[in-house]
Write a protein that binds this ligand. Structure first.
Ligand code: ADP
Length: 219
């Protein structure tokens, strides 16, 4: 495993879960929050937790923030603190800054001041849930860009008993079947001769317009 060091600033629901996941995967992670209660709670779960206000440049320098490979800024509510923190991290010379944005405008500012990656966890999760609500056949949905997505869709009657070759999804719909999920297990190297069953799930990548046509066909 590459020995990357992470710092997570802001231990709300998002930052807390990023810090815990990194720790459980064996990475070194320093968690930072200005709220002593949050710090105390997180200290029960991961070893390195510090109370500090990330809008204080000296506090960030004192914890050696520059030495971390990736710093995640997970301050949601306080947009000003999120922007100031990102700016300070950039000025200190942190290489890779990943920031959670509350909305598009917040995201734009973060990109302008040099955040390497801006994430919108609430918005993205909202979009995924909506796709499932509109079309219960869509079990999961990941937006790759404005135009392209990956969906996990119930195969249903439309696909039942046919091979991928017979279905000719690439030609008919312009999408690619990346994986077939059967009995809870993913086959990520499906072959053209694999027979699809109604109870299978298909993981399909494609242009949103093409995916919509596929969704309609198997609805
Ligand atoms: P979420 O929506 O992911 O739960 P919140 O906005 O509720 O996110 O939580 C953000 C966390 O960031 C809080 O625990 C808060 O104390 C912390 N925080 C906010 N501003 C600062 C700051 N300047 N320095 C350090 N931590 C901060």
């Amino acid at each position: 495993m590459v020995n990357k060091q992470f710092a997570v600033i802001g231990l709300g629901r998002f930052g807390g879960s990023v810090a815990q996941k990194l720790h459980s995967m064996g990475y070194e992670v320093l968690a930072v929050d200005r709220d002593p209660g949050r710090v105390q709670d997180m200290a029960q779960v991961i070893p390195h937790v510090i109370e500090a206000d990330s809008t204080d440049e000296n506090a960030l320098k004192a914890i050696g923030i520059r030495n971390f490979d990736v710093v995640v800024v997970a301050i949601g509510e306080d947009i000003q603190a999120s922007i100031m923190t990102t700016l300070i991290l950039k000025e200190i010379g942190v290489n890779k800054i990943v920031v959670k944005a509350r909305n598009d405008l917040h995201g734009k500012v973060l990109e302008k001041i040099g955040a390497e990656r801006v994430v919108y966890p609430e918005r993205d999760m909202g979009v995924r849930v909506v796709h499932h609500l509109i079309s219960p056949n869509i079990l999961d949905y990941v937006e790759l860009s404005n135009d392209f997505s990956i969906i996990e869709v119930k195969a249903g009657e439309f696909f039942d008993g046919k091979t991928l070759q017979e279905l000719n999804i690439r030609q008919r719909f312009g999408c690619n079947v990346m994986a077939i999920k059967r009995n809870g297990k993913y086959d990520i190297t499906p072959s053209p001769n694999d027979v699809i069953y109604a109870s299978d799930n298909l993981v399909v990548i494609g242009h949103n317009n093409d995916l919509q046509k596929l969704e309609e066909a198997c609805a």
